[in-house]
Design a protein around this ligand. Structure first.
Ligand code: ATP
Length: 323
């Protein structure tokens, strides 16, 4: 789905290091999103994907502290914005769809009431007809009745879609989706992904999409970032990263996807280090078939291996996927 527009970046993450007060969770992560671009971030559980989203949202209660680096939205440095200023941009400039919207909607109040409250809290007027038009645009069933349902009456997929529709009404330019399709069955997953892609095409949304699922990333993303233990180890055009992975971790991650041939996938032995974002050298060294002394000397930066494809280690070129 490579429909990204060129031009200046909508979001820039520069050298970002994040903690929860103790050790680092993310170290020196940098990438950018152009208007209309979808960037997926993948990696094993605990590698810091959600922490990245929390840092962009910047809500103090979420606990993520930016130790170094900056986050720039449409030319405006939002790294250390006041709470008041941040309230102005959350929702209206930065939208957010979490993994499970059942937890963010109140289960026993109608969407109508909840949409009204959200719009009012952003100083906007709620127009019921606009909401129905939005549901129609997204091909929701029973669009004229939907607002009067309560979230408990809806499926998980429909709740995710109602959260996306609410975001549309607020009119952000950037959408943050944190595992927004992970809890859904494959049919609902497909609907949500298609919806997000449509909104990107029609409204020019830039989407930062966190996922475990490289199949979903392959379908929706323009670019893919692979994170390992708090660091970005590979980044670039989705086709280049998936078809020609360079970093040994990316290769192993791809080899861990189950196929339909009833064989167990190769996978990756061991677990990522919990303090990997603190390591001086490569933090994948213990699990890497090429890991050697040189790898522990320093952290290798991402370098451009081919146009629009960056990796922090070249040794994956020697990896044999059948090993
Ligand atoms: N509020 C918090 N306080 C302290 N540590 C936290 C907090 N939230 C997350 N962590 C830790 O930060 C690390 C990264 O967590 P994060 O949720 O960002 O990973 P993730 O890649 O999104 O994982 P998953 O795919 O399982 O959601 C983990 O070790 C986690 O235990």
């Amino acid at each position: 789905m490579e429909k990204a527009k060129s031009g200046k970046n909508l979001l820039e993450i520069n050298n970002l290091t994040v903690s929860y007060g103790d050790g680092k969770i993310i170290t020196e992560v940098s990438f950018a999103l152009k208007p209309g671009e979808i960037v997926c971030i993948a990696g094993e559980s605990g590698c810091g994907k959600s922490t990245l989203i929390k840092a962009v949202l910047g809500i103090k209660q979420l606990g993520a502290i930016i130790e170094e680096g900056s986050i720039v939205l449409d030319g405006m440095d939002i790294t250390r914005m006041s709470d008041e200023d941040r309230r102005q941009i959350l929702g209206t400039q930065i939208g957010y769809v979490p993994q499970n919207t059942r937890g963010s909607f109140n289960n026993i109040r109608s969407y109508d009431v909840q949409y009204q409250e959200t719009m009012r809290s952003h100083g906007l007027k709620f127009d019921r007809n606009e909401a129905i038009k939005c549901f129609d645009r997204l091909n929701f069933p029973d669009s004229d009745k939907l607002l009067f349902y309560q979230p408990w009456e809806m499926s998980g997929g429909m709740n995710q879609r109602m959260a996306i529709a609410q975001a549309v009404l607020l009119g952000p330019k950037l959408m943050l989706c944190d595992e927004a399709t992970s809890v859904l069955d494959v049919t609902s997953q497909k609907e949500v992904i298609e919806e997000l892609a449509k909104l990107r095409d029609e409204l020019g949304w830039s989407i930062l999409f966190i996922t475990h699922n490289l199949g979903v990333a392959s379908h929706i993303a323009d670019k893919l970032g692979v994170m390992y233990a708090g660091r970005m180890v590979e980044y670039g055009n989705i086709r280049k990263v998936l078809d020609n992975p360079i970093h040994p971790y990316t290769k192993r991650l791809l080899s861990a996807i189950p196929g339909r041939d009833r064989k167990l996938p190769l996978g990756i032995e061991g677990r990522p280090p919990l303090d990997g974002a603190e390591w001086e050298g490569c933090n994948f060294v213990d699990r890497c078939i090429h890991g050697g002394e040189k790898c522990t000397e320093k952290m290798y930066k991402l370098v451009e291996v081919e146009p629009d494809h960056f990796a922090s280690c070249m040794r994956g070129g020697q990896c044999n996927d059948n090993e």
